[in-house]
Ligand binder design. Structure first.
Ligand SMILES: [Zn+2]
Length: 196
């Protein structure tokens, strides 16, 4: 019944856009002061770009070249606690220095980013989650007037969907449907923004 790991979502919008996932980037983490050789405990946090409020965070522990993540995925009435270990690998750069990578726990490829998708809470690479870029899914028009009218219509839709979503307390069928629409609208808005 559309529980954790369900493919219903994927069937609905065909493919999940990268933009609707939480992204964990090794380069961001290194810039943030991660030292793979040091044992430490930290939190990785995501904030909403609309409200600035934190909407997800995961606990992280680094230990002997491995990162351990602990987090909770909530879906409908129940929550699932996940713990996964990600290996780090380094390669040497042409001009000296090292570059760090995650090893995707599913396909074991070396990747710079791992994702948590709306309906698959496991940390995996883009290929394993079968993610696409929203820009690859939507065709856009060059007509300026059309673009502006479309942008206004989308902003209105976005505001309406946000209000409706806020009123849904649990992940019901209706909330899933609304959320699907919300992600589509959100990605279309981003797309228009990126064409400026
Ligand atoms: Zn993978």
């Amino acid at each position: 019944m559309g529980g954790f790991g369900s493919t219903r979502w994927a069937q609905h919008v065909k493919k999940t856009p990268v933009e609707s996932c939480l992204r964990l980037g090794i380069n961001d983490m290194m810039r943030g002061g991660l030292d793979p050789y040091r044992s430490e405990t930290a939190f990785v946090r995501w904030e909403s770009m609309w409200t600035g409020r934190e909407h997800a965070s995961i606990a992280m522990e680094s230990q002997g070249g491995m990162l351990w993540f602990r987090y909770t995925v909530r879906d409908g009435g129940y929550a699932q606690n996940l713990r996964c270990g990600i290996s780090l690998v380094s390669t040497t750069c042409h001009f000296g220095g090292v570059r760090w990578w995650f090893r995707c726990p599913r396909c074991t490829r070396r990747v710079g980013n791992l994702y948590i998708a709306p309906y698959n809470g496991h940390l995996q690479c883009r290929t394993c989650h079968d993610l696409v870029y929203a820009s690859a899914q939507t065709a856009h028009s060059d007509d300026r007037g059309h673009v502006i009218r479309r942008a206004f219509a989308l902003m209105e839709k976005h505001a309406k969907l946000t209000r409706k979503l806020e009123r849904c307390k649990r992940w019901s069928k209706r909330k899933r449907r609304l959320y699907g629409k919300y992600v589509e609208v959100f990605n279309e808005i981003r797309l228009i923004g990126s064409n400026e």
